[in-house]
Design a protein around this ligand. Sequence first.
Ligand code: KMH
Ligand code: ZN
Length: 311
Amino acid sequence: MEKLIITCAISGAVTMPVQTPYLPLTPQQMADEAVRAAEAGAASVHVHARTPADGKPTTDLNVYREMLPRIKERSDVIVNITTGGGLGLPVEDRIRVVPTFKPEIATFNMGSMNFSIHPLLKRYKDEDYRYPWEKGYIEMTKDIIFRNTFADLEHFCKTMKENGSQPECECYDVGHIYNTNFLIREGLIALPAWLQFVTGVLGGIGSHLEDIMYMKRAADRLIGAENYRWSVIGCGYPHQFNVATLAIMLGGHVRVGLEDNIFIEKGVLAKSNAELVEKTVRIAKELGRDIATPDEARSILSLKGKDKVNF
Ligand code: KMH
Ligand code: ZN
């Protein structure tokens, strides 16, 4: 079996500061967490930007300028930048990271959808929130559409192609695999494609093992098993580790990290992203799957290399 590529999603835009004090919010904290996750075994780190003063999701390129070089100078890890940005952020602002920083990988969200975190509201009282923006942001997600129209998809993947960035096709449901296949047939996504099955988002498919098998079977049938590689995200606990274990067994790859799950064990907060990576490495080792280094992951995914990014 191919060595296991572990991606660590460091902070994201849907984990709220109220949920865990361990969520990195500033460029320095994110860079430190990214380097530690890489030392623990992540070949790739997935990053978003947040306003340093209050941790609110942003597409401000200056925040990335503070973060990206701090990762690159201390680690060989692959840096995968979001083009999802944050919920409610404009499409034009989301894609600017690609021509600006020319990353080795960027996320590519495969369709418009409801993407909501509003059930979090029930868990917290007003006095629990650490920052004034948090409650309104969570409320807003009940009534927005995470926009990724076909025109957006075409614009995003053309921009990624022009900048040598590998699109990571985020598939939140089976229809997104059909969309990915459509863009492959249109010649807009090169083969082998890199798919991320994103499970457990409210608005998308669940994280049951049957869901993962269904996604994989659909991709095998449509795209062809030899024409794509896949990784899986399970949002929340214990899904993050359950779906990771399945992927490890099936020859897929995995994403873990505080963007998707804040618990290391039932009811116990992970104190860092590295802790989540370490647990994944332990599971993989128990199951006899070797872990890919960043350079091994670059070769598996045919990436252009760290020297060709623009940061
Ligand atoms: N927050 C994840 C569920 C992106 O950044 O473009 C999805 C994600 C997508 O990571
Ligand atoms: Zn993300």
